[in-house]
Design a protein around this ligand. Structure first.
Ligand code: PRP
Length: 188
């Protein structure tokens, strides 16, 4: 889906498809260099559903055999989200003890999901657990998360596209855009 098909639903385009693609290529080169000495390439772990686009593009950009697995997680609701407790809806199919794991995410907002997930995967005996996130909202951070690879730091706006949704819409928008206020105000 192209932004121009959305009319006034976006107040602006924040990161274009071309910018996402160019930055992903740079990140892939960094990742290749960092894991060059490893015995085995890292296992890429995508967090459903938002990470689907970045996983598909990053994996194809990488020059090593990129093994992929997926998790689905959910907070118990607004109150629990702030406590950082996360429920696993779909776990990995892969045994990760002694593996290098690279978590692939679309966005880090409060940081609670990723900080919980990193600790959870480390507790399974992974050799290393690093995070790659396409977007990060530094001003929204509630916990510090050590992110090895970040695409873009962005303001705390309501962003959609490139995997990010509002009510399951806009995930297939090619760019990352700011959702116009009237869209969610009308709904609420
Ligand atoms: C988003 C995103 C991260 C999380 C980040 O997922 O993909 O997993 O929120 O937020 P945090 O830093 O505040 O924890 P979401 O729960 O919207 O699910 P989705 O990927 O299915 O859209």
């Amino acid at each position: 889906m192209d932004a121009n098909e959305l009319g006034s639903e976006l107040s602006k385009i924040l990161v274009t498809e071309a910018e996402l693609k160019a930055r992903l290529a740079e990140m892939a080169r960094e990742i290749e260099a960092d894991y060059a000495g490893a015995e085995q390439p890292p296992l890429l772990v995508g967090v459903l559903k938002g990470a689907v686009m970045v996983m598909a593009d990053l994996a194809r950009e990488l020059s090593f055999h990129a093994e992929m697995d997926w998790m689905a997680v959910s907070s118990y609701g607004a109150s629990t989200k702030s406590s950082g407790v996360v429920r696993i809806l779909k776990d990995l199919d892969t045994e990760i003890a002694h593996r290098d794991v690279l978590i692939v995410e679309d966005i880090i907002d409060s940081g609670l999901t990723l900080s919980w997930l990193k600790e959870n995967l480390e507790s399974r005996g992974a050799n290393s657990v690093r995070i790659c996130a396409m977007l990060r909202k530094p001003d929204a951070a509630k916990v510090e998360v050590d992110v090895a690879y970040v695409g873009f730091d962005i303001p705390t706006d309501f962003v959609v596209g490139y995997g990010l949704d509002y009510a399951e819409r806009y995930r297939n928008l090619r760019d990352v855009g700011v959702l116009a206020e009237h869209v969610y105000a009308d709904a609420g």
